[in-house]
Design a protein around this ligand. Sequence first.
Ligand SMILES: *[C@@H]1O[C@H](CO)[C@@H](O)[C@H](O)[C@H]1NC(C)=O
Ligand SMILES: *[C@@H]1O[C@H](CO)[C@@H](O)[C@H](O)[C@H]1NC(C)=O
Ligand SMILES: *[C@@H]1O[C@H](CO)[C@@H](O)[C@H](O)[C@H]1NC(C)=O
Ligand SMILES: *[C@@H]1O[C@H](CO)[C@@H](O)[C@H](O)[C@H]1NC(C)=O
Ligand SMILES: *[C@@H]1O[C@H](CO)[C@@H](O)[C@H](O)[C@H]1NC(C)=O
Length: 345
Amino acid sequence: MFFGAVQLGIMAACIVLFVPMGMAGWHLSRNKVLFFSGALFITLAVCIHLIPYFPSFFPQAPAVVFQQDPVNSCISLLNDITFRSDSGGFFWNWDNSSGSYGCDFQKLGRVDVSDLLNGSWVVVAGDSQARLFMVSLLDLILGSEEMESIHEDLFKRHSDYHHVVEKIGLKLDFIWSPYVTNLTNVVTEFRRNHTYPDVLVMGAGLWHMLHFTNYSDYGDSLQLFRDSLFQLPPVSHRFDMESDSARVLHLFWLGLPKLINKLLNTDEKRVKMTPEMCNAYNQELYKSKLLRPDGGSMLLLDVETLTSKCGIDCSLDGMHYSDVVYEASVQIFLNALLIESHQKL
Ligand SMILES: *[C@@H]1O[C@H](CO)[C@@H](O)[C@H](O)[C@H]1NC(C)=O
Ligand SMILES: *[C@@H]1O[C@H](CO)[C@@H](O)[C@H](O)[C@H]1NC(C)=O
Ligand SMILES: *[C@@H]1O[C@H](CO)[C@@H](O)[C@H](O)[C@H]1NC(C)=O
Ligand SMILES: *[C@@H]1O[C@H](CO)[C@@H](O)[C@H](O)[C@H]1NC(C)=O
Ligand SMILES: *[C@@H]1O[C@H](CO)[C@@H](O)[C@H](O)[C@H]1NC(C)=O
């Protein structure tokens, strides 16, 4: 882009300089040369500024001048998912009308995921949403038999879970962290241990909403959490699991789901977890500048949008949703890793 603009500028300067000089070589007075120079300069300036508005007249110029960053524009479309339901259950796909068509998002299968996560350490920390995310990821990686045998451990409420997939040297950890302060502690502990995962997926908020119901306090805890992330090794947007020297941490924030008040299963929940409160909690997330578009280091897995789109029939108890939502979140997560690792499967 820079190169194109420079070339265009040099060409314009040459025309402004040499065309009137050439004419002067014949029989123009100095005033006329100046007049032509000025007129040419203005004409070229106007043309260059008009080019972007008439792309069809200048088929190549806009591509040179206004090239978008394909990585970031695809990443920003990852959360555009549509759901449909029929008698067989719920189905999801990327919304191909939103411009994601050129991004080549793909639902990864077991072999693809084994390649992508080979030799890495993935930590998921948070509340029950995060646990469901972990279950969905394991579902994708393990066979159904293996999944059955670990099912009980995995669903023990309020506990951590550790699993190693020996075949591909993949370490998976779920760390039960219902509050953001717990997430901050996890980050601090990585620092203290000098061991850092390759991929970190975190999210919490529902417990705070139910037990403290104070969004500004939630916002404060998010600030402290954001500060704690600076203790981690530099987060780069490159992602290279092959070579140890280039290992970088990859961070995801698992957003709050949309709460469906009338489906919540206790009076306390219905009173405290209102749409207004939920909205206020979400605002705190954006205010905290934890997320990448706001200058933070975490990429949002937009569970709120996903759950809103999947709708009321897709929810079990007004806060947990059908597997299809977590399946979609896992695929969004994997595609983000894939895009940033510049790997092609
Ligand atoms: C977009 O999705 C719709 C429905 O999911 C499908 O019928 C259509 O063929 C898709 N279009 C493209 C260009 O993939
Ligand atoms: C995982 O990586 C190792 C070393 O890079 C390689 O030898 C092995 O074949 C890979 N396994 C899979 C399943 O990709
Ligand atoms: C999470 O934090 C809360 C309050 O800060 C604390 O009471 C609780 O023990 C912590 N839980 C875990 C699993 O660390
Ligand atoms: C830190 O190390 C201790 C002791 O080895 C271990 O029990 C703990 O799980 C580690 N913490 C994290 C967050 O990795
Ligand atoms: C909410 O939290 C803030 C910050 O921790 C505190 O100052 C405020 O008093 C709390 N509000 C209520 C109603 O508890």
